[in-house]
Design a protein around this ligand. Structure first.
Ligand code: NAP
Length: 296
């Protein structure tokens, strides 16, 4: 959406193609505290403002699944579930998807998918309110897991944070806030190894990596916050991807194909933050505008 804003302001006609809803991963963040100039804003409010800003500047929005991109030299074709789009330049901003427990352990794939919406969730802001006064567990130790835990600790009777190491990847400040909460329990050096429940989730089995000890945690909800995996395999005809699936593109957001750019979490980079994603959007759109000018 930042790319659309910059594309419009560079005098280009910009179309955003989105499969689900605008905003991507950040839409699920309850409270963004680290975006420069915005002290507190929810991911939903922030995304909505970006969306409105892009539309106000004249960008168009289309709900469709992008199926593939073809390079025809001076123009590109984006094939979508709603038909083909012709463009002079394409910015891939595909982000990344939630890593599921089933991706980590094949044994958990069935039980996990069977209980999605019946205790298993990937979005605390979307589903947290269903667990008011109840017990919840979170799998993961990044900023999403910690932010979710903080959010849930304000509405749930008890929150377990299950993380595979004894140090969190997420912000130490948030971890300290959680440590001070009486209803939050850290279950460290541990993995979720079982999902318990028939019609709805009743608990999880957790295995301590160091001792091998297994423990059953009775819980009404399990929020899986174990990071993301990119989904760029459909574009490998026009971009190279690394062994994790991220598009090879540096700070200029250029890919191996002139006129095709990669912006945000979908590309190879060190820091995947809202700020860096927005920054990429600006860089990619200005590069795309310059590329289009170079065609004339
Ligand atoms: P993340 O930072 O990649 O963290 C994923 C967590 O899941 C890590 O703690 C990781 O453990 C764990 N994990 C990954 N694979 C696992 C496996 N196979 N088994 C068990 N645990 C596993 O993902 P995220 O928390 O969703 O954040 C994504 C990006 O968005 C990050 O850059 C983050 O900083 C950013 N973000 C920022 C904010 C904010 O600024 N307020 C909010 C949300 C997200 P290890 O630590 O051991 O690798």
């Amino acid at each position: 959406m930042t790319a659309a804003i910059y594309g419009q302001r560079a005098g280009k006609t910009t179309l955003m193609i989105e499969e689900l809803s605008y905003g991507g991963q950040i839409i699920n963040t309850p409270d963004i505290e680290n975006y420069p100039g915005l002290m507190h804003v929810s991911g939903f409010d922030y995304s909505t403002k970006l969306y409105e800003q892009a539309l106000e500047l004249g960008a168009k929005f289309m709900f469709a699944q992008a199926v593939s991109v073809e390079d025809k030299g001076s123009f590109k074709i984006v094939r979508t579930s709603e038909g083909d789009i012709e463009a002079k330049s394409v910015i891939l901003a595909t982000g990344a998807k939630n890593r599921t427990l089933g991706m980590v352990s094949a044994e958990l794939a069935g039980p996990e998918s069977g209980l999605v919406g019946k205790g298993v969730s990937y979005c605390a802001t979307c589903d947290g309110m269903f667990y008011r006064g109840k017990v919840t567990a979170i799998a993961g130790g990044g900023n999403t897991a910690l932010d979710d835990a903080l959010f849930l600790s304000n509405i749930c009777s008890k929150v377990y944070v299950i993380h595979r190491r004894d140090e969190f990847r997420g912000s130490p400040v948030t971890a300290q806030k959680l440590a001070a909460k009486e209803n939050v329990e850290f279950v460290l050096n541990s993995n979720v190894t079982g999902i318990i429940g028939e019609e709805k989730l009743t608990g999880v089995e957790v295995t301590n990596k160091l001792s091998g000890e297994k423990r059953i945690i009775e819980t009404d909800g399990l929020f899986v916050a174990m990071g993301q995996v990119p989904d760029n395999s459909r574009y490998t005809n026009v971009v190279d991807i690394d062994d994790k699936g991220y598009i090879f593109a540096g700070e200029t957001c250029t890919t191996k194909t002139p006129g095709i750019f990669a912006a945000g979490d979908c590309r190879t980079k060190e820091v995947r933050q809202l700020t860096t994603a927005a920054s990429d959007g600006a860089v990619a759109a200005l590069a795309a505008a310059a590329y289009i000018e170079s065609l004339n």
